[in-house]
Design a protein around this ligand. Structure first.
Ligand SMILES: C[S@@+](CC[C@H](N)C(=O)[O-])C[C@H]1O[C@@H](n2cnc3c(N)ncnc32)[C@H](O)[C@@H]1O
Length: 351
């Protein structure tokens, strides 16, 4: 079995549903679509699993192609965004839900805004966000995702759009006052795309994969896993959403595969449990960064594929390496530096 994995000229499509929320480490929708198609054309996918699904990019692209799939992530911010993509109703119903909450929220008075929001947002924008927050439980999944996306966008806007994807959190006073209702509405319109719900999205620790996914029910895994000492999934814009959801950042981080100390042990255990949910004939695909990172001691640096090949119990088919220039328009620093990203696609089989 061999794959081609064509090179993409542009991985950027901000108007797509995947632009709802700026989740760090998000894979490009176009890239995910291409990889799924290539795999599915040579190996019929019965049910796919993304055990580190983040905002459900791979799951949504499967859903668009009517491929059954499951997504798991431990970060509630990501899970909310993933659900918002896959559970979208028709736009008329979504707008009804939005208008109803908008009208009610205006009337809510004497709301307490959290210190974190007062630190980063114009006080009137923050107040409006917290008025909506009173009705979080009444928001449809899609509206909730757009609400979180509008919060992230307003954070940048209050700080004069000076935040790039690499610099988040620089306070630039005096804050801009932002019309949150307008930003929220525009998000709902911009990212709408209704698909037939096929994906199943679950909030769980992938270490327990064999407890949340049926034995032998998966014949294809495609994922972009977290990388050691890389992104902090409780930081950036996520800190605002975690604050609203009253989720403790420290306790979330403790269970994420992130710190160098437990990373290898966690992945060895994960692979063992993953094996239990796989069909006899399965493909496992990891999309990882090609940049070498310091590993364990200062003298060893490993790329994603070098690390995972070392510890995976599966039979390697190939590692496909691709390079592309990051074309994200908001990412000014990358644009100036013409940063090129290297991606490695590791393909294993278990038969
Ligand atoms: C590179 S990101 C995946 C991004 C995703 N492909 C997307 O497009 O949004 C890796 C994800 O792994 C998740 N993660 C880290 N440790 C985990 C664990 N123990 N169980 C489940 N998910 C975990 C993080 O929360 C993060 O969302």
């Amino acid at each position: 079995m061999n794959f081609l994995f064509k090179k993409l000229n542009s991985v950027n499509n901000p108007k797509s549903v995947h632009g709802i929320y700026p989740y760090r480490g998000k894979i490009s929708g176009k890239d995910a679509s291409l990889i799924i198609e290539e795999i599915n054309s040579k190996f019929k996918i019965k049910q796919l699993l993304d055990p580190f699904c983040g905002t459900g990019t791979i799951n949504f692209e499967c859903q668009k192609k009517f491929i059954k799939n499951i997504g798991i992530d431990l970060n509630p911010v990501a899970i909310n965004i993933a659900k918002s993509k896959i559970n979208q109703k028709n736009i008329k119903l979504e707008l009804e839900n939005f208008e109803k909450i908008k009208n009610k929220s205006f009337k809510k008075k004497n709301i307490k805004v959290s210190p974190l929001f007062l630190k980063y947002f114009h006080k009137n924008t923050a107040y409006r966000i917290f008025q909506y927050n009173e009705y979080l439980d009444e928001m449809n999944d899609y509206i909730k995702g757009c609400y979180f996306g509008a919060i992230a966008l307003s954070a940048r806007a209050c700080n004069h759009y000076k935040w790039t994807s690499n610099i988040v959190g620089k306070i630039i006073k005096p804050f801009n006052e932002i019309d949150f209702d307008k930003i929220f509405y525009q998000k709902i319109i911009k990212h709408q795309i209704k698909t037939k719900k096929i994906s199943k999205i679950k909030l769980a620790n992938s270490l327990d994969i064999n407890k949340v996914v049926l034995k032998n029910s998966i014949n294809c895994v495609i994922t972009s896993p977290p990388y050691f000492n890389a992104l902090d999934y409780s930081a950036y814009h996520n800190q605002f959403i975690l604050d609203l959801l009253k989720i403790n950042k420290k306790s979330l981080k403790k269970n994420l595969f992130q710190s160098l100390k437990d990373y290898e042990i966690n992945f060895i255990e994960f692979f063992k449990n993953l094996d239990k949910v796989l069909d006899k004939k399965s493909l496992i695909v990891f999309i990882v960064g090609g940049t070498k990172r310091k590993y364990k001691t200062k003298n060893i640096s490993l790329s994603g594929s070098e690390f995972f090949i070392k510890i995976s119990p599966f039979k390697l088919i190939n590692v496909y390496k691709r390079k592309y220039t990051n074309t994200t328009s908001t990412n000014i620093i990358d644009k100036i530096n013409k940063t090129s990203r290297e991606e490695e696609i590791i393909v294993w089989k278990n038969f």
